[in-house]
Structures are given as C-alpha cells and as structure tokens.
Design a protein around this ligand. Structure first.
Ligand SMILES: NC(=O)c1ccc[n+]([C@@H]2O[C@H](COP(=O)([O-])OP(=O)(O)OC[C@H]3O[C@@H](n4cnc5c(N)ncnc54)[C@H](OP(=O)(O)O)[C@@H]3O)[C@@H](O)[C@H]2O)c1
Length: 213
C-alpha cells in the first residue's frame, strides 16, 4: 500500500524554490521549526538528486526533537559524489532507474543500499512501505521530483510556505512538462495562516484526487 505522502516546501512569492544560481534561503526560523517537526513525524524524507547536488543537505533533525526519518534520494543514475554530506550518516536509501555497476558497487562499499525502480515515484512509495515499513513520507523537493509525483497523482497533501521574496527566475515549485488545461489538478485548501514571523503565509492543501483524507 502506498504511504501517506506530504509535499512540504517553501517558495518565493513568484513560486520559486530557488534562484537561477541555486540559492534557496527562503525560510524564517518558525518555518524551519515547522519543517523539522514534520520531519520528526514521518517515517521517510524524500528529495531529488539535484537537491543533494546543489544544497548538499544532511537532512537531519536540527530544530525539533524526535526520531530521524529514513532519508530517500531519487535519481536516474545515482551519480552523486561520495563527498556529499548526506553520506556521512546512516539511515539512507537511494532509488535509481539505471545506475551503472560502478555506481552500485561504490554505494554498496559505503553501506548505502541502492534499489532500482521504473521512474514512477509511486513505485518507490509502495516499495518504501513494503520493504521499510514506511507509512508516512515527506517530500521536500526539488521541483523536478515534485512534478513527477504530482503528474502521477502520488500525494495526499501539499504544504507550502510563501516567503516574502521574489526570485524572478530559477527552480519552480513544480518543474516538468506541465499540464495542458483542464486536467491540471485542483487542490482543496485545508488551512491557511499567517506565520508567527508575521511575514510568511502557511498554506495546507489536500489532493482532491486522493482517497486518503
Ligand atoms: N525551497 C525549498 O523548499 C526547496 C526544497 C528542496 C529543494 N530546493 C531547491 O530545488 C533545487 C533542486 O530542484 P530541481 O528541480 O533542480 O531538482 P530535484 O527535484 O531536487 O532533483 C531532480 C533530479 O531527481 C531525480 N528525479 C526526479 N524525479 C525522478 C523520477 N521520476 N525518476 C528518476 N529520477 C528522478 C533526477 O535525478 P538525476 O539528476 O540523477 O537524473 C532529477 O534530475 C535546488 O536549487 C534546491 O535548493 C528548494
């Protein structure tokens, strides 16, 4: 069974996750706490390979207490570079479509499991449930990963914080070929509030096409 999937991001007013150079400092301290509280509530935290390459995140718990979730990287070839900070800790799995044997061996030598999938992230979600007992997943981005999840209708909630910045270019919340018209998903607003900082808006949407809420 597919786990419950929450997409969690922070964007600029113009819907960007990052500038054209990859700069993505958008969150106020309250938003970081919200992000880390959710990390502590889920079983797995998922990001796309570019987020690892650009941000080099550890994806650990820093601003909340609790159990660190399984960290999941989605990639085609899993060419990430051994120096990435995410490889310093355990509790990590890489899903790739067509990794070379060299990459598989290299990750294995670092104790990182690599699992193959068909490019549909729904398949990864199902495998996370079956193989790792994951019931709740938080997807943090970036835009390409979010596109493939929304395209395949493989999510239940979208939580977006709108930061008071305008980037004008760069990575959008959703980066893909896009929808043509009426088939574009319509979400249902569950909650909206002003952030404690007084200058960010926190939005929570339900995927109307999901049967999980
Ligand atoms: N503001 C925020 O909340 C936030 C959160 C996260 C990230 N970001 C920013 O977002 C930017 C990165 O976003 P991005 O759109 O460039 O990249 P991304 O979504 O992080 O990663 C894209 C890569 O993930 C892999 N991937 C995604 N979907 C896949 C699928 N269905 N099958 C196989 N592989 C798949 C591919 O890996 P390969 O390249 O290996 O083929 C693809 O190139 C960074 O600048 C980061 O700072 C911002």
């Amino acid at each position: 069974m597919r786990p419950y999937v929450i997409i969690f991001t922070t964007t600029s007013i113009d819907g960007r996750l990052a500038t054209k150079t990859g700069y993505s400092e958008l969150s106020c301290p309250h938003d970081k706490v919200r992000q880390h509280i959710l990390r502590a509530e889920v079983d797995a935290l998922m990001v796309g390979a570019n987020t690892i390459r650009v941000d080099d995140p550890k994806l650990e718990l820093k601003y909340a207490r609790g159990r660190s979730p399984l960290r999941v990287i989605i990639s085609t070839k899993a060419e990430l570079g051994p120096e990435r900070r995410i490889f310093k800790g355990g509790n990590l799995v890489v899903y790739a479509v067509s990794p070379s044997q060299v990459t598989i061996d290299e990750l294995a030598s670092r104790g990182v499991p690599i699992r193959l999938f068909n490019g549909r992230v729904c398949e990864v979600m199902n495998d996370l449930n079956v193989s790792f007992g994951v019931n709740k997943v938080m997807v943090e981005g970036g835009g390409k990963l979010i596109w493939s999840i929304i395209r395949d209708n493989c999510f239940d909630e979208l939580r977006v914080t709108i930061s008071p910045k305008i980037f004008g270019n760069g990575r959008s919340l959703v980066e893909g070929e896009g929808f043509s018209g009426p088939e574009a998903p319509i979400l249902q607003l569950l909650d909206s509030k002003l952030c404690e900082c007084g200058n960010e808006v926190v939005l929570k949407y339900k995927n109307r096409a999901s049967s999980r809420l």
